[in-house]
Design a binder for this molecule. Structure first.
Ligand SMILES: C[S@@+](CC[C@H](N)C(=O)[O-])C[C@H]1O[C@@H](n2cnc3c(N)ncnc32)[C@H](O)[C@@H]1O
Length: 439
């Protein structure tokens, strides 16, 4: 790699961490370096039309800029990855500028962008890829997500595009070659280096059908029907679910969510007149005194949709860090004829709700961050629930029984009981208790 690119990569941190945790993520991994090494010659030939997808912390985008790419377009599904790129972009901007000045002095170029040199796109969309001649991709873990990305690149990029898709060998499967082969005539694999490998795809197929994603399915699992129709009401026709490739569980019902839905008969009844909270809850205009229910980490929005159908008078909000999840949740709600506020954010940090205003929060927290086990986001979601719930409001959580979250839930929210438990899953109900200082 060029000294300029090495200098930029050396500045990056695995946001929001400082890189000090021995078992924490690294800001630049062997896959980033392999991708950039392979990209260097292509960028030297053609500085424009570079697109980056799935950048973890910004190494691909900032590395490509350091190699001379201009006006890089970027899509990152997780808003946390976008924040990482922004933070690292600021951190590396002086090094990047100094590198460009050195290069320009030896081989003058007509114009360098005044801004960061990249533009973020929060959706996988034609504009992101139009005219792209080089796409750098950190391979996703799911084949569905890879399918949606490959189909977009093949349809909307320049016909001369090269797609360089890199991953850790242990997470790569032969099925990935098949997915790329469905959209590209040529697919080859690089040699492995430091346990990473590239798949290289060229010649987008002309004979492709419509995009596979989003997919729609109608779910009629008994737990969904039971949650939609409180006892005594007519049996509903089920729930339509719309899923983009990167959305958790696709257009199916996750087993944990199923277990949470099976407890719906014990959820608080938001259609009844709200009990007067001990401390009055903030009630901004847009809530109109209606009860407030939140689907935290909404995925395809199944829980949000069930809440909106079960409690038509409630104001429902759904939030996820994933762009694909938010797009799916919006489409799932619409497909079932209900409305909710869907916002993309990290652990609910951008919910348009004042503290102490929610009556009910539903949570099936993540325990993976990409391929790595991680409960960090779950703990931040507990904290958000504790902050947004009103006194007497409830957090309902489902998690793998082995995770023992009860103490953490009690600290973040309040008294927590095990409502249901199986060898695999536990459902808890945490009651928000606001401790008033009476001294
Ligand atoms: C176990 S899935 C549950 C999805 C959905 N509620 C369901 O029941 O099918 C967890 C969800 O949390 C989201 N997530 C992961 N980390 C997050 C974070 N830091 N902030 C917000 N959402 C996050 C994931 O994208 C995923 O959709």
């Amino acid at each position: 790699m060029s000294p300029e690119a090495d200098a930029v990569l050396a500045r990056l941190l695995p946001y929001p961490e400082d890189g000090a945790r021995a078992d924490g993520p690294v800001a630049v991994d062997a896959t980033d370096r392999l991708l950039l090494d392979e990209a260097a010659a292509l960028i030297r030939q053609d500085r424009d039309g570079v697109v980056v997808i799935g950048d973890r912390f910004g190494a691909l985008t900032l590395g490509a800029l350091a190699l001379g790419a201009r006006d890089v377009r970027v899509h990152q599904d997780a808003i946390t990855a976008e924040a990482a790129l922004s933070a690292n972009s600021s951190r590396a901007s002086r090094t990047l500028r100094a590198g460009h000045e050195r290069t320009a002095a030896s081989a003058p170029v007509p114009h360098e962008p005044a801004g960061p040199g990249w533009t973020g796109y929060d959706r996988l969309e034609p504009r992101l890829l139009q005219g792209a001649r080089l796409v750098l991709l950190q391979l996703p873990t799911s084949l569905a997500e890879l399918t949606e990305i490959a189909e977009h690149v093949a349809r909307y990029a320049d016909p001369a595009v090269t797609l360089l898709a890199g991953g850790r060998v242990k997470h790569m499967t032969h099925a990935m070659n098949g997915v790329l082969g469905a959209s590209f005539v040529q697919v080859s694999a690089s040699l492995a280096r430091q346990k990473s490998r590239l798949l290289i795809a060229r010649e987008p197929r002309a004979d492709v059908g419509p995009l596979t994603y989003p997919v729609t399915a109608r779910l009629t699992d008994p737990e969904i029907l039971g949650a939609l129709a409180p006892p005594g009401l007519a049996n509903p026709a089920g729930l339509a679910v719309v899923a983009h490739g990167a959305a958790f569980a696709g257009a199916a019902l996750d087993l944990g969510t199923r277990f949470l839905l099976a407890q719906a008969h014990r959820w608080p009844d938001l259609s009844a007149a709200p009990a007067t909270p001990v401390t009055p809850r903030p009630d901004p205009d847009h809530l109109d005194g209606r009860p407030v229910a939140v689907d935290l980490g909404c995925g395809t929005g199944i829980l949000a949709t069930v809440l909106a159908l079960r409690f038509p008078g409630a104001h429902v909000l759904a939030t996820d860090r994933s762009a694909a999840a938010c797009a799916s949740a919006g489409a799932t709600l619409a497909a079932n004829g209900v409305r909710a506020t869907v916002v993309r954010g990290d652990a609910g940090d951008s919910l348009p709700l004042p503290d102490g205003s929610a009556d009910l929060v539903m949570l099936n927290p993540p325990f993976h961050d990409r391929a790595a086990l991680s409960t960090d986001a779950a703990h931040r979601m507990f904290a958000t629930a504790g902050r947004i719930l009103r006194d007497g409001g409830e957090l309902w959580t489902v998690f793998n029984t082995g995770l023992h979250y009860r103490r953490a839930l009690e600290r973040a929210v309040g008294p927590t009981e095990h409502v249901a438990q199986s060898p695999k899953f536990t459902v808890t109900r945490s009651l928000r208790k606001v401790l008033n200082d009476v001294s």
